[in-house]
Design a protein around this ligand. Structure first.
Ligand code: P6P
Length: 337
């Protein structure tokens, strides 16, 4: 059997080969991977570790935090503060950005993350995950320290993006702009080992992922698309479709990277002032870059997600991503921008 390559070796070889991974970025990615291993261990303990259930607190999104949300957030903050590769961090679980303390050297990167996506699934033992996105710290003219405005960069400016899914396997999926690679945690060695690279999403699919209970709240183009899928062979699509909804974006996106599909969390009229449910900076942007790097597409129904100019750190966005031809069809049903 071919010798498995560790994440460390993969990053070193990528750094040598194409210079896409400067030393500081390689260090950052290895630190994030180590933090994900710690989170995986906490998740795997479950009730035995006393980490299930609510933390009896709310996050900036107004959502009740789970104990593991807070644990995962703390693990990522502590792991990344001292290394000298970061200037600041932003998290779904924190209202404002977290500056690297002055007692540590400041780095050139900004790290954003959803420390534990899919929290509603934690207590029922369904796959959850960590999503992360890396930006360069801009050379700001203000001469002061990092500010929230420094994070407000379009998704096309990311230099690395990935997620770690805590499921039957603990798997890290990563892009630095030259395709998508997958690493599976070898618990005996304690290392992430390369198990797939150059992942490609089929352009066509027969599988869609959406929370159907929201159907009566959707806009007409989304309802048209889903109705056509449900009409099956006898309908305008001329083929039957299957549906999946795990209510954990990491798990739904991972399935799409592995076998194709289209994932949708569209705008709906329950809270019309919100562009969507999912967050742009640390959910939609990293997932959209991964999907595009794997040959898929990602829009908000009208515009490429990676082109959206953010205005707020915790900004929400509608998401349609996955198999290119399906995303283009859904987007085509919407009015052009
Ligand atoms: P709903 C998890 O809370 C999350 O942010 C995504 O991971 C997931 O796709 C979505 O929300 C599920 O939302 O409304 O179906 O519970």
């Amino acid at each position: 059997m071919a010798q498995k390559i560790s994440l460390t070796r993969y990053l070193v070889e990528q750094q040598r080969a194409d210079g896409l991974i400067p030393g500081q970025l390689r260090l950052l990615l290895e630190v994030v991977a180590r933090a994900c291993k710690s989170i995986s261990q906490a998740v795997n303990k479950g009730a035995l570790g006393g980490v299930l259930g609510s933390a009896e607190s709310e996050n900036v999104q107004g959502e009740i935090q789970k104990k593991l949300d807070i644990i995962a957030n703390e693990v990522l903050i502590e792991a990344n503060e001292w290394g000298g590769h970061l200037a600041a961090m932003a998290s779904e679980e924190m209202d404002s950005i977290h500056l690297v303390p002055n007692r540590y050297p400041q780095g050139e990167y900004l790290l954003l993350f959803d420390p534990l996506d899919g929290s509603s699934n934690i207590d029922v033992n369904v796959s959850i995950g960590t999503i992360f996105s890396v930006l360069r710290k801009p050379e700001n003219g203000h001469g002061q320290g990092v500010q929230e405005s420094d994070f407000l960069q379009a998704g096309s400016k990311q230099v690395a993006a990935g997620y770690c899914i805590y499921g039957p396997q603990t798997t890290l999926v990563l892009t630095v702009g030259n395709g998508v690679a997958m690493f599976t945690l070898d618990r005996e060695q304690g290392s992430f080992m390369l198990t797939q690279e150059d992942i490609k999403i089929p352009a066509d699919t027969k599988e869609f992922a959406i929370n159907m209970s929201n159907m009566r709240h959707w806009d007409a183009p989304v309802k048209r698309y889903i109705d056509e899928c449900l009409a099956g062979k006898e309908g305008p699509r001329g083929k039957d479709f299957n549906m999946r909804w795990i209510a954990s974006m990491v798990a739904d996106v991972h399935r799409i990277l592995m076998r194709g599909g289209v994932f949708m969390y569209p705008w709906d009229k329950r809270e019309p002032e919100k562009a969507g449910k999912l967050r742009l900076m640390y959910e939609a942007n990293p997932m959209s870059w991964l999907v595009e790097q794997a040959g898929g597409a990602a829009t908000n129904g009208r515009q490429r997600i990676l082109d959206i100019a953010p205005t707020k750190l915790h900004e929400r966005v509608a998401v349609v991503l996955g198999s290119k031809n399906e995303v283009e069809r859904v987007t085509g049903y919407h009015d052009p921008l």
